[in-house]
Design a protein around this ligand. Sequence first.
Ligand SMILES: O=C[C@H](O)[C@H](O)COP(=O)(O)O
Ligand SMILES: C=C(OP(=O)(O)O)C(=O)O
Length: 364
Amino acid sequence: MTTASKLSPAPTSSNNIYVNAEHVLITPAALRAQMPLSDEGRQFVHQSRKTISDIIHKRDPRLLVISGPCSVHDVEAAKDYARQLKVLHDKYQGSLFIVMRVYFEKPRTTVGWKGLINDPKMDGSFEVEMGLKKARELILYITELGLPIATEALDPISPQYLAEVFSWSAIGARTTESQTHREMASGLSMPIGFKNGTNGSLGVAINALQSAASSHHFMGINRQGQVALIQTRGNPDGHVILRGGSAPNYDEKNIEKCEQALAKQGLSPGIIVDCSHGNSSKDYTRQPLVAQDVVKQICAGNKSIIGIMLESNLNAGNQSSDLAKDKLAYGVSVTDGCIDFAATEQLLAETDAQLSACLASRIS
Ligand SMILES: O=C[C@H](O)[C@H](O)COP(=O)(O)O
Ligand SMILES: C=C(OP(=O)(O)O)C(=O)O
């Protein structure tokens, strides 16, 4: 110990040194009571989850299509997108099971806007309670339309507020290796896809599948917002999402490599191809090319590919999330670039036409 004269004054607590403030939020139970999921909505989510599980386990030969904006920042534009996607959902239900990508939480490489829940006004005011309410309002609306919803499970607390409405979730490339996310996935009620790592590593996703299929005990919150010991059974509907890394990984060789890695661990081969991110080399216009290649593989006999993911919005490209509200273009992503709705519609029409011809051969 140095002498007292050399010591700086001790803080009054040795904890929270770098914490500026804490604000207590509405509890999950209170939010759910204020904005309830109807009985019909619950039944719809249950049925949608079951359909996705059937696709994963090859009891349903259709292709799962997860399509929607990289992130939601404008609830009205997202509703507009949902209404248009619902038409395609119904039209192509013979060959495709179309689910809307509704991403509220963005994992950033360094820093940046972290999504509608974290900062709904996009101005650094971080009104998280407003974000949770806007998110819940949107997913209840989409459910009422009769369109299933997919999201990324990033924050380990938000599922108590929203997850009852989601039919599918992803664990992202930046968190697939995280024990916290694997534990959370082991208790989530919907099928969960694990992305390969941002560097392309497949091993982290395979390890995650094994972990999330197992039972875990960990600290979390309950519906009343209390810290609780959560004990899970393990999620039986895990699968891999190939999203590419420094190079794409959707080609036949990489799909085969993934099938072999899954088989080696005794895991059933369920693979979704994310047509964006590393697989499009971050060029959104390449997404249809990726999807077409994947559909070609399926029609050539591949049985392990169960779905595709598209980053799609009303309008093409992206714009900065730093723009003033009145300068933001309608229906354009503020995160990764997206294909527009017309391109999405054309791609899904082509996919339906090609798959319809080879669907029967997918039933093993
Ligand atoms: O899907 C979205 C982005 O790729 C992800 O959130 C990372 O974004 P960033 O690298 O711009 O932070
Ligand atoms: C962040 C995403 O993807 P990834 O985790 O693959 O980077 C995403 O799908 O929005």
